[in-house]
Design a protein around this ligand. Structure first.
Ligand SMILES: [Zn+2]
Length: 416
């Protein structure tokens, strides 16, 4: 029942802009990267020794005590250091529990970014002329910003991440709290699409109209091959030589190109799908867990399918539409989408199969998305008739409130 949704919901939005800092500002940004790394490594060291002495207890110190002996830390944005500490807290509580520890950061491999928070207008866009704008930042002062899009009225800034790309460009990504009014008038979900992850075609849709095929991303594969080739070249070069750094720079640029093209491609696909469907169904799999095997490309370690899902979610939500998450214990691959007989003999390597019960020939992934689509429709119908075992999150995700996989799907614990 869409009427039951709150009048407004707050969602996070992000916008990224190029900034052009002066040499002086660049130096301070680099210093900040270094200080964040310093804080990370020192606090991590303290925590690891503390954890060893007091098993299972977490030490929670702030960067403040480091400043006494290391006055250079006071030269940079203090929020950047606090955010580093908060990130470290999160990593420690996640990893210590598993008997692991976060990694120390090495200068060469370190991510070149830091995050600062918006407090009392300390970050502000200042208009100089029509196409000339500055952004005021803590410690840095005013830097030139290229506003290729205007920031809508009413967006409340939360934080800003300043980063340097491998090719030496600077960007700032601004996060905002945005209050949106879900249109909420969509009660009938006539047009529904389902997606599933697939190899090698990457993404398969139930309708077949929104698949991502190997053809669609051949450019990406080509770039990957080039990156791998340059990487091999790099490995033969003398570490730290002029040629080495030049080569490293070249590789950084290729990675950047690959990322941008992929993002652009996924934006277009998610826009097309969110505009032409009322709801999209996906499986509620743990993407982080699977990210190793779910790479959009192998060389570039990030996850295109996860990115697509996120883009779909916020683009659907903007229009008061929903993303339906089907319980991961739902036997989407093993069930025949025609007669619903479950094929327990189906192996992961079986890309095609024939249903013993009704004789239908299935392509594994397409069959799975058809099942997801059916299950998603069922969930939407239950939702429309007021089923209280479902919950619609403000983000626009519709899912089961509690997961009772065995009871609901009557499958073994090993599920799929
Ligand atoms: Zn069948």
């Amino acid at each position: 029942m869409m009427e039951e949704r709150a009048d407004t919901v707050i969602v996070s939005k992000c916008m990224e802009f190029r900034i052009k800092p002066t040499m002086e500002q660049k130096v301070l940004i680099w210093k900040t990267f270094g200080c964040c790394r310093f804080v990370w490594n020192h606090l991590l060291d303290e925590r690891i020794s503390y954890e060893k002495m007091n098993k299972g207890k977490l030490l929670n110190t702030t960067p403040a005590h480091l400043k006494k002996d290391n006055p250079f830390l006071s030269e940079v944005d203090s929020m950047a250091l606090i955010n580093t500490q908060l990130n470290l807290n999160q990593s420690c509580s996640l990893l210590f529990a598993k008997g692991k520890a976060p990694r120390f950061r090495a200068k060469e491999k370190d991510k070149r970014s830091y995050t600062t928070n918006w407090i009392n207008s300390n970050i502000e866009i200042i208009r100089i002329k029509d196409d000339e704008n500055n952004i005021k930042l803590p410690k840095l002062g005013r830097a030139r910003i290229i506003l290729h899009r205007s920031i809508p009225d009413g967006w409340r800034m939360k934080n800003a991440t300043i980063k340097e790309t491998a090719s030496g460009k600077f960007f700032i990504s601004l996060t905002f709290d945005v209050e949106i009014e879900p249109k909420g008038n969509i009660k009938k979900f006539d047009r529904i699409e389902a997606f599933d992850y697939s190899m090698p075609s990457l993404v398969v849709s139930a309708t077949g109209e929104n698949d991502i095929t190997a053809d669609d991303i051949h450019w990406y594969r080509n770039l990957e091959k080039r990156i791998a080739k340059e990487q091999r070249k790099l490995s033969r070069m003398k570490h730290g030589s002029a040629n080495y750094w030049q080569e490293k720079h070249r590789i950084g640029k290729l990675h950047e190109k690959a990322r941008n093209r992929r993002k652009d491609f996924l934006h277009k696909l998610s826009r097309k799908v969110s505009d032409s469907f009322d709801a999209v169904v996906v499986e509620d799999i743990n993407l982080q867990h699977m990210s190793q095997s779910l790479n959009f490309g192998k060389a570039v370690y990030d996850n295109g399918y996860g990115m697509l899902r996120n883009m779909l979610l916020y683009k659907l939500n903007e229009q008061g539409k929903v993303l339906v998450k089907v319980d991961r214990f739902f036997p989407s691959s093993k069930r025949c989408s025609v007669c619903h007989e479950v094929n327990h003999d189906l192996q992961l390597s079986d890309r095609e199969w024939i249903c013993k019960s009704c004789g239908t020939h299935h392509y594994r992934d397409r069959n799975a998305t058809k099942n997801l689509l059916d299950e998603g429709k069922d969930i939407l119908n239950r939702w429309a008739s007021g089923d209280s075992s479902l919950i619609l999150a403000p983000s626009g995700v519709l899912s089961e409130k509690k997961l009772h996989p065995q009871a609901r799907y009557n499958v073994r614990q090993d599920g799929e």
